[in-house]
Design a protein around this ligand. Structure first.
Ligand code: UD1
Length: 368
């Protein structure tokens, strides 16, 4: 029996951990899963609603760290996670993605000699100004088992000198969640509540500090939206960081002046899936949404200079346009003209069974 602590901290972690914990519960003689929530995200709309939507069991332990500077948040997670690991003595700690909680918990374990598995290992944007890139590189250096979503990730890890026996290509676990919930999302009333019918709207998400904390960059994005929203209404579920910076940078009036830009509170997993899966176009600076839109063949315009998920550009609908106003407008126009890229080929191991392969990898390691 393998006792596994599954760590969640921030919004993009929940849809990666939920199918893994569910799969562990399907193998009750092999796995004893625990869930630890660091509390990096804590608002009902950023955390609780995902437990409900994804049927993720309530955390066995909640560390309640909340928001702080990177150093303070990372340190608080470490300090509060260490006694949990010492008390529980797990066989494995499983961390996902690239948020501060991912690195903090991995670091605690490696110092205690407790084995760590990293799900979504090997992704690289090659942009070290991104806090997530630092979290990815360091977590992969110290984790014992690196579970990758796509072949480019294996290549990145090998290029960094990581021995191949620590790497397993398991596929994209977020697609497990997407496939498990697509049907349930059809029951969401969000589109009728917002008064948008099929395909006559776009969706925008924006939360990267490099976009929303920088006045000039944010202004270039808003200029593009001023043009795009002339022809397409855009629904904008606003991340708490972004809501704060709109006010702090004095952009509230400019945003409110766009009658076709609809600001709403962050959505839960099912409502958001219902919304973007029927959109004509998605504009985003998120990582995961680049993959989800590729899988569903929805045109995706990524408002960043790079991506750690190049497969979405090579095989999918994603275009990386940065934050130049004209480039954003041109990419959106292509999507509206029907000349956007389509998801062309099968995406390797994005098949809804990544969580089973993750469990197989943990079991196999225990036998070796
Ligand atoms: C974090 C992750 C980022 C991920 C994003 C998804 C890191 C370094 N960043 O960024 O990789 O893409 O989550 O959402 O781990 N806040 C609230 N309520 C909450 C959470 C945050 O109001 O529940 C506000 C606080 O003012 C906080 C700010 O948002 O200071 C930023 O939160 P933080 O967790 O530091 O970073 P995110 O921008 O959310």
């Amino acid at each position: 029996m393998l006792k596994v602590i599954n760590v969640v901290g921030a919004r993009p972690n929940f849809m990666k951990v939920a199918p893994i914990v569910a799969a562990m519960k399907q193998r009750p003689t092999k796995f004893q899963p625990l869930v630890v929530h660091t509390g990096q995200h804590y608002d009902a709309a950023m955390s609780d609603s995902f437990f409900r939507d994804l049927e993720l069991p309530q955390p066995d332990t909640h560390l309640g760290v909340g928001s702080a500077s990177h150093a303070a948040q990372t340190a608080a997670v470490m300090e509060r996670f260490e006694p949990v690991v010492l008390a529980e003595k797990p066989d494995w700690v499983l961390v996902v993605g690239d948020v501060n909680s991912t690195l903090a918990c991995a670091l605690v374990c490696v110092k205690l000699g407790v084995k760590v598995a990293h799900v979504e290992a090997g992704l690289r944007s090659r942009d070290r100004t991104m806090p997530e890139e630092i979290n990815r590189i360091l977590t992969d250096q110290i984790a014992d088992l690196l579970l990758t979503p796509s072949p480019d990730a294996d290549a990145n890890l090998k290029a960094e000198g990581i021995p191949p026996e620590r790497i397993r290509f398991v596929g994209n676990v977020m697609i497990d969640s997407l496939l498990q919930n697509l049907e349930r999302a059809r029951a969401s009333g969000v589109r009728s509540e917002l008064g948008v019918t099929d395909m006559d709207y776009g969706v925008l998400t924006l939360h990267r500090p490099s976009n929303v904390d920088q006045p000039e960059t944010f202004a270039r994005i808003l200029a593009a939206l001023e043009t795009i929203t002339h022809t397409l209404p855009v629904i904008f579920p606003v991340h708490p960081r972004t809501r704060k910076t709109i006010a702090a940078l004095g952009l509230s009036e400019r945003v409110a002046a766009m009658k076709n830009l609809r600001l709403i509170d962050p959505l839960g997993y099912l409502d958001f899936l219902s919304l973007y899966s029927n959109a004509r176009l998605v504009l985003t600076d998120s990582g995961g949404i680049q993959e989800e839109t590729t899988f569903l063949n929805i045109p995706c315009v990524t408002l960043r200079e790079n991506t750690e998920r190049p497969i979405t550009v090579e095989l999918g609908t994603n275009v990386i346009v940065g934050t130049d106003t004209t480039r954003i407008v041109d990419a959106a126009t292509a999507a509206l003209n029907g000349s956007a890229k389509k998801t062309a080929r099968q995406l390797p191991l994005w098949d809804g069974h990544a969580s089973e392969r993750i469990l197989d990898a943990l079991e196999l390691d225990a036998l070796e």
